[in-house]
Unconditional design. Structure first.
Length: 253
């Protein structure tokens, strides 16, 4: 079972990062407007909190992320379970999947913006694409690699669909599926920011572009730090959910 990153380790790691940042600031010759100190970024963070800008953009980003990521995972797992059981069909679909999978989700952005315009939907679609293929492929692989003995025993006990999928196939494949879901989380969070830089008028990605346009490097770096912290929190939350599911199915703690 995956271990959850401890708060102590996170604090120590962030402290080291900030110390290195301060050291680079102290020895560099860059203008403070271009490369601010940690204290300047912290002041910018407080400024954004006080004027409500940070909370507003976090809400916008989390709304898009929740819709895009959750819908992508659900559809990819469902489709992956079906194709995992139909390997003879998947061998014809797999070449097309392998062709599309390496294409960066942002490469689709011009078409997405043309089709859906500016707003929430382009970022949601980018997140969906970013999360879809890691989950789909890990699910197909997990289902296809289930020990045949499980299916033979289930047949002997007369277990049929949909109980077979829910009580046998999915629990047996879940650890590998969870790896894909976890990988997709990081990928989706990265591309959320990229999507908001192009196709949105709010959110953390848009805030980075706005800070750049207004030459506010302090806000830019503060936003980057917030994005990283939220990523850590999402990672920890997902591990908690995975551990709870595994525990409910009799997995090791």
């Amino acid at each position: 079972m995956k271990k959850i990153i401890s708060i102590k380790n996170v604090i120590i790691s962030l402290a080291i990062l900030i110390l290195l940042w301060q050291l680079l600031f102290s020895i560099s010759n860059y203008d403070k407007a271009l490369f601010p100190s940690p204290l300047m970024a912290f002041d910018a963070l407080i400024e954004m909190i006080k004027n409500g800008l940070l909370l507003e953009n976090i809400k916008a980003s989390m709304y898009r992320f929740a819709i895009g990521y959750v819908s992508s995972v659900l559809i990819a797992v469902l489709l992956g379970v079906i194709l995992g059981r139909l390997q003879s069909v998947f061998k014809y679909i797999n070449p097309a999947v392998q062709l599309i999978r390496p294409i960066s989700p942002t490469a689709w952005m011009p078409f997405i913006v043309l089709l859906f315009g500016i707003g929430d939907i382009p970022a949601i679609v980018i997140i969906f694409i970013a999360a879809f293929f890691p989950v789909l492929l890990s699910t197909v692989s997990a289902v296809g690699n289930i020990d045949p003995i499980y299916l033979k025993v289930s047949k002997n006990f007369g277990i049929k669909q949909p109980s077979l999928t829910w009580k046998v196939i999915f629990p047996a494949a879940f650890p590998q599926i969870a790896n894909g879901i976890h990988l997709a989380l990081g990928t989706a969070w990265i591309f959320l920011v990229a999507g908001e830089m192009v196709g949105a008028q709010s959110g953390l990605g848009y805030q980075i572009i706005d800070a750049r346009n207004n030459i506010r490097a302090d806000i830019l770096l503060a936003t980057i730090l917030v994005i990283g912290i939220i990523g850590i929190l999402l990672d920890g939350l997902l591990k908690l959910i995975e551990n709870a599911i595994l525990k409910s199915w009799g997995g090791d703690e």
